[in-house]
Design a protein around this ligand. Structure first.
Ligand code: GTP
Ligand code: MG
Length: 218
C-alpha cells in the first residue's frame, strides 16, 4: 500500500452515530473528545455537509425550508470526536423572539463549550459578503473562537463566479484580520472539498492528541 492510500484511509469516517440533541450547552456530552461544530445562516447547508462528510444521507435533518435545525446535535465520529450541527442564524421568519432564543443557544454553546476545537462557519458561495456573516466573524474574533470558513453550494455556480465572491470575502476579512482563517470550497452535491475538511479535522485531532500525551508525561 503506498503512502497516499494510507493517508486517505487514515482521515476517513468509519462510524457515525447520533448521540443527543438539546438546547443547553451544559447538557452536551461529557468527556473530552474534540468537537467540530457547523454554524452559519439558516439554509446555508450545515446539515447537508455533515451528511456528506459522513456519507449518511439522513444523519442530520435537512430541509429546503430554512430553520430546520433547532437544537444542538451531537454526532459521534469514529468513537473519537464529534461533529455538531447547530441551528442557523438570521432567519427572519422566526420572528424577533424566536431569533433571539436561537442566538442565545448558539452563542452560549460557542462561548462555553470547552471541547469546541474548531468552528466551521458556512457561507453561501453564491453571495457577496453579507453584513450578518461579517458581523459573525467579528464576534468570533472578539471572543477568540478558533474558526475556519466553508463556502457551500459550489456546484451551483461557475468557477469564475465563485472566485469573485471568495476574493471579495478575502478583501473583507483583510480589513480586520492580520492572518486570514483557513477556508474550504465545498458542495454537498458533488462532494467537492470533503477530503480537505476531513484532513483539516484530522490534523487538529492529531495535534490535540499529541498535547494530551505531552501533558500525561509531565
Ligand atoms: P438550517 O438547519 O435551517 O439552519 O439549514 P442548514 O444550514 O442545515 O441547511 P440544509 O443542510 O438543511 O440545506 C438547506 C437546503 O440547501 C436543502 O434544500 C439542501 O438540499 C440544499 N443544499 C445544501 N447543501 C447544498 C449544496 O452543496 N449544493 C446544493 N445544490 N444544494 C445544497
Ligand atoms: Mg440544519
Amino acid at each position: 500500500m503506498n503512502n497516499n492510500v494510507l493517508k486517505k484511509i487514515e482521515m476517513d469516517i468509519v462510524s457515525s452515530e447520533f448521540i443527543v440533541s438539546n438546547t443547553d450547552v451544559t447538557k452536551c456530552p461529557a468527556g473530552n473528545f474534540p468537537e467540530y461544530a457547523f454554524i452559519g445562516r439558516s439554509n446555508v447547508g450545515k446539515s447537508s455537509l455533515i451528511n456528506r462528510l459522513t456519507h449518511r444521507k439522513g444523519l442530520a435533518m435537512t430541509s429546503s425550508t430554512p430553520g430546520k435545525t433547532m437544537l444542538i446535535n451531537h454526532f459521534l465520529i469514529n468513537n473519537e470526536w464529534y461533529l455538531v450541527d447547530l441551528p442557523g442564524y438570521g432567519y427572519a421568519k422566526r420572528g424577533k423572539k424566536g431569533q433571539s432564543q436561537i442566538e442565545r443557544i448558539i452563542n452560549k454553546y460557542i462561548l462555553e463549550r470547552e471541547q469546541l476545537s474548531n468552528l466551521f462557519l458556512l457561507i453561501d458561495s453564491r453571495l457577496e459578503p453579507q453584513a450578518i456573516d461579517v458581523e459573525f466573524t467579528n464576534f468570533l474574533g472578539e471572543n477568540q473562537i478558533p474558526f475556519s470558513i466553508v463556502f457551500t453550494k459550489s456546484d451551483k455556480l461557475k468557477k469564475g463566479q465563485r472566485r469573485k465572491n471568495i476574493d471579495l470575502w478575502v478583501q473583507e476579512l483583510e480589513k480586520t484580520w492580520e492572518e486570514l482563517p483557513p477556508y474550504f470550497i465545498t458542495s454537498s452535491v458533488t462532494g467537492e472539498g470533503r477530503e480537505d475538511v476531513l484532513k483539516y479535522i484530522s490534523e487538529i485531532n492529531k495535534f490535540i492528541n499529541q498535547q494530551k500525551k505531552n501533558n500525561e508525561k509531565i
